[in-house]
Design a protein around this ligand. Structure first.
Ligand SMILES: Cc1cc2nc3c(=O)[nH]c(=O)nc-3n(C[C@H](O)[C@H](O)[C@H](O)COP(=O)(O)OP(=O)(O)OC[C@H]3O[C@@H](n4cnc5c(N)ncnc54)[C@H](O)[C@@H]3O)c2cc1C
Length: 307
């Protein structure tokens, strides 16, 4: 039985700490709850919005005239080297849980905020590995037909910060099978701690932001070569870091209201002091215009921007 509440403030449910109230709000803990919530919104003729860890979203100041479905299903179990977990499970929590059982391989994803489902939808990654490298199967619910379907990894159509589920938002990820490998728990724990320390050193941890605001764009050969020469790093898949483009376009530290393009990591738009959604959007617009003017490159948002 689901419990639908009204006029629930959303800001505290996001890492940006921005956003007005949800007209309707429901916590779901099972696939059946999820089905019920989706049916409720269909019957009522109200749109629904999925919110999980809230670490890759920008919600509007005026709130959402919608049913916000907060995914808090977080059970997990192990079979051999495979972890089966529900979509609302915290990613770092799962990495630590597996580590304590002597299973790992995915420790470099430690510190990415949010849930397993959110990570799968956006193929989250850090320092090389992405969640797709460990995903064996995904179960998802069609909000159009109520069908629950299993997707093998090929059907998930993962690519850089992208997946079938991002392209087809009528499908909600409900659980996944993650394939891990045996590792000494103390070795695994050491990699986790090193990874988190490195994230803190780079100022990409515990900030009021949505992570990288823009995806790293594909750029011309000329821009790739400029990047490679300057940074001494090879560009991957023809992409260059959005943060580097933002800095070169003179927008590092740019501000609108309480929002700033981070001095340490300019692709992080940070809620420094009571920023509104309008501040962040205006800052993003300025940054896009500057990067377009300087490089002719159109930046695209990685964060999900809701209106
Ligand atoms: C400080 C900080 C650092 C970050 N570092 C990284 C990083 O290193 N690498 C990286 O890849 N990302 C990073 N991010 C971004 C973010 O953590 C990831 O995108 C994360 O995977 C989002 O998960 P979430 O549960 O918070 O999703 P949410 O923010 O709640 O949702 C994001 C989008 O996914 C949809 N969604 C969520 N769950 C589901 C589901 N089960 N089924 C279908 N759709 C769903 C939502 O509707 C929304 O459109 C960072 C963010 C912050 C704040």
């Amino acid at each position: 039985m689901i419990d639908i509440r009204e006029n629930v403030p959303l800001g505290s449910h996001t890492t940006f700490e921005i956003g007005g109230k949800a007209r309707y709000y429901v916590v779901v803990k099972t696939e059946e709850d999820m089905r019920e919530a989706v049916r409720w919104s269909r019957d009522k003729g109200t749109r629904f919005v999925i919110l999980a860890g809230g670490s890759n979203v920008l919600l509007p100041d005026k709130g959402l005239d919608a049913l916000v479905i907060s995914i808090e299903s977080d059970r997990s179990s192990f079979r051999g080297n495979t972890l089966e977990a529900e979509a609302g499970a915290n990613l770092l929590g799962l990495i630590r849980l597996a580590s304590a059982r002597g299973l790992g391989g995915w420790e470099k994803l430690a510190g990415i905020p949010g849930t397993l489902g959110g990570a799968i939808r956006g193929n989250a990654g850090a320092f090389g590995p992405e969640i797709k490298d460990f995903t064996q199967k995904v179960r998802a619910l069609s909000t159009k037909t109520d069908e629950l379907r299993e997707f093998n990894v090929a059907e998930c159509n993962f690519s850089y910060r992208n997946s079938f589920f991002k392209q087809n938002p009528e499908w909600i990820v409900t659980r996944a099978l993650i394939e891990l490998e045996p590792i000494e728990p103390s070795d695994s724990e050491a990699i986790i701690e090193r990874t988190i320390a490195e994230r803190e050193r780079r100022h990409i941890q515990n900030v009021r932001a949505a992570g990288s605001f823009f995806v790293n764009p594909v750029a011309s050969k000329e821009i790739q070569e400029l990047f490679e020469k300057e940074k001494g790093v090879e560009s991957r898949e023809g992409r260059v870091p959005a943060g580097w483009l933002i800095e070169k376009a003179g927008m590092k530290g740019a501000r609108v209201g309480g929002a700033i393009a981070s001095e340490q990591h300019p692709n992080y738009l940070v809620n420094e002091a009571g920023a509104t959604s309008a501040d962040v959007k205006a800052l993003a617009k300025k940054i896009k215009a500057a990067v377009m003017e300087r490089f002719g490159v159109a930046l695209q948002e990685e964060a999900a921007i809701f209106a």
